[in-house]
Design a protein around this ligand. Structure first.
Ligand code: HEC
Length: 271
């Protein structure tokens, strides 16, 4: 039994480290599903930059329209790029076998990717592309080594180079010089972070961060739409699944009273 528990624990641990992308430190990311305008912008970036290759086939346009407060006719005019109906699933028609040939791996469906990989991993991945002439499309990724996906946001972000990672201090943070307080580079880690090449890309690094934040929030929403907020509930800030949880607890208490009474009734004559 102990062995079983230990192996379960270990497999959970390895699942977590796999989701975290090995030993590359992830960037900090705090999701914010209260920002409706940000989610709408995220949906727009997704439709324009990602749907050409990836699908979101467990989601319907109509759901997105209702949840994100975008009127159906605007979704039809601006977000649906392939003439699908508003009630359709968000599939695409790129042939998987050809995509496999083009990129070395077929682009996976992204509906649930935020749950498979985690929020910080997604954010780090989308910001983690850097120039690597050794790769077929000229780019590699910090958290997904030798990824098949081209660097699709390069026009916005501009070029990034790979720089040596920083050494770790005993407390797990970055090790710094005691006098200058500059971070110390780790010679054994030639590629541990990226640096932006000044003057490249149509957006500034701050603007690009906003785009990736919106996109990541949108992917988190798609993975679990009930994480959206439902602020009207009893004046408390709860999201939809928490509201359902509260109703369930109310029901259990209410049902419990009758279950106890019924139990009493059944056992009344048994001595
Ligand atoms: C030109 C086609 C193409 C476009 C456009 C594209 N991707 Fe990809 N993407 C791929 C391919 C191919 C892979 C699989 C890479 C691999 O397994 O090596 C991938 C993988 C991914 C993964 C990793 C999935 C996983 O868990 O393994 C994520 C996340 C992702 N893409 C997000 C996006 C987002 C967000 C966009 C829009 C900004 C986007 N992609 C646009 C081709 C594309």
């Amino acid at each position: 039994m102990k062995k079983l528990i230990a192996s379960l624990f270990l497999s959970c641990l390895s699942a977590v480290s796999l989701a975290a992308g090995g030993n590359v430190p992830l960037l900090d990311f705090e999701s914010n599903l209260k920002d409706e305008a940000g989610l709408q912008r995220g949906a727009q970036v997704f439709m324009n930059y990602c749907m050409g290759c990836h699908s979101m086939k467990y989601m319907r346009y109509e759901r997105l329209s209702t949840d994100l407060g975008v009127p159906a006719d605007l979704v039809e005019q601006n977000l649906i790029l392939d003439g699908s109906k508003i009630g359709s699933l968000m599939t695409n028609s790129a042939p998987e076998s050809l995509q496999k040939k083009w990129f070395g791996a077929a682009p996976p469906d992204l509906t649930l990717v935020s749950r498979a990989r985690g929020d910080a991993w997604l954010y780090s991945y989308l910001k983690g592309f850097y120039t690597d002439p050794g790769r077929p499309y000229g780019y590699n990724n910090l958290v997904f080594k030798d990824v098949g996906m081209p660097n699709v946001l390069v026009n916005l972000q501009g070029d990034q180079t790979c720089e040596p990672g920083f050494a770790k201090a005993a407390n797990g943070g970055v090790k710094r010089d005691t006098i200058t307080y500059e971070p110390i580079e780790n010679p054994n880690d030639p590629c541990g972070r990226t640096a932006h090449v000044d003057g490249t890309g149509t957006l500034s690094p701050e603007e690009f961060d906003q785009v990736v934040t919106d996109l990541t929030n949108f992917l988190i929403y798609a993975g679990e739409p009930t994480k959206l907020y439902d602020r009207t509930f009893l004046g408390m800030e709860l999201n939809k699944r928490e509201v359902i949880g509260v109703y369930c607890l109310f029901f259990l208490v209410f049902f419990g009273v009758f279950a106890v009474l019924l139990n009493r009734e059944y056992w009344k004559d048994v001595h």
